[in-house]
Design a protein around this ligand. Structure first.
Ligand code: GLP
Length: 244
């Protein structure tokens, strides 16, 4: 779906999320959201905060699982996704702390595999993800599933692509300070979500969006795996859809 600009597109996405939360709240049921970081979803979060403050949308029955976190990463670091999510969403809504899950960038290295299994288990225990939000990296990554990621991959420690580290350089005040690794939900974890919404804005994303939507499904562009999902929508602005 193509929108004139990212603001209109983000409102549309936030409305779908809010509608599901309201419907579940009415029946006293949980909503499980898979959340993304980066510049792409911030307007969706702004709108959800607005709906909470102005229209009383409650997140008391919402459980969230974030896609990824740099590794290693302290939660209070400037660049941590924990901090990002607090600033953009969690500090402004009524979600209970224990219902928020973000991969832990402080887990000891020899415990990471076990930790990732636990993260998968927590998603299953919550009943699986109802709506998974995604951005897309210039490498075609979803979460931090870089080129080479298998369609059945699960939450794990991965090595970041050089292009991804370049793109993150300004956040870390230099490419050499960008962590080399990250913990990410797997492609299989993402594809298990009942609904997937991938968003992309701006002309910089146009080439990778063309590949993701029109290219053959392949390991070198992990976002192409979404073509096999039964309920996935890509939300674009004019600029990011320019090469379709
Ligand atoms: C990071 C995140 C991804 C995100 C991507 C794109 O790599 N781990 O989840 O989709 O950046 O970032 P942006 O939305 O800033 O373009």
């Amino acid at each position: 779906e193509i929108f004139e600009d990212s603001k209109k597109a983000s409102k549309h996405v936030a409305k779908e999320i809010a509608d599901l939360i309201r419907q579940r709240n009415k029946n006293d049921k949980n909503t499980v959201l898979g959340l993304a970081t980066g510049s792409t979803p911030t307007k969706v979060y702004d709108e959800l905060v607005r709906l909470h403050k102005e229209e009383g949308l409650s997140f008391k029955n919402v459980i969230t699982f974030n896609l990824d976190e740099y590794y290693p990463m302290e939660p209070d670091s400037l660049q941590s996704y924990v901090r990002f999510m607090k600033e953009h969403l969690f500090d402004h809504i009524d979600i209970p702390d224990e219902q928020v899950h973000i991969p832990d960038g402080t887990v000891e290295e020899d415990k990471v595999t076990e930790y990732c299994k636990l993260y998968e288990q927590q998603i299953r225990d919550a009943g699986g993800i109802d709506i998974q939000l995604l951005g897309i990296g210039r490498t075609g990554h979803i979460g931090f599933n870089e080129p080479g990621s298998r369609p059945d991959s699960r939450t794990r420690l991965i090595t970041l692509d050089r292009i991804t580290r370049k793109d993150a350089a300004s956040d870390f005040f230099g490419e050499e300070y960008v962590p080399r690794r990250a913990i990410t939900m797997g492609v299989g974890t993402i594809l298990d979500a009942r609904r997937v919404i991938m968003m992309a804005w701006g002309e910089g994303k146009a080439p990778v969006i063309q590949e993701a939507i029109e290219g053959p499904i392949r390991e070198s562009v992990p976002a192409t795996y979404l073509q096999n999902h039964t309920d996935a929508t890509v939300i674009l602005d004019d600029a990011s859809s320019a090469e379709l």
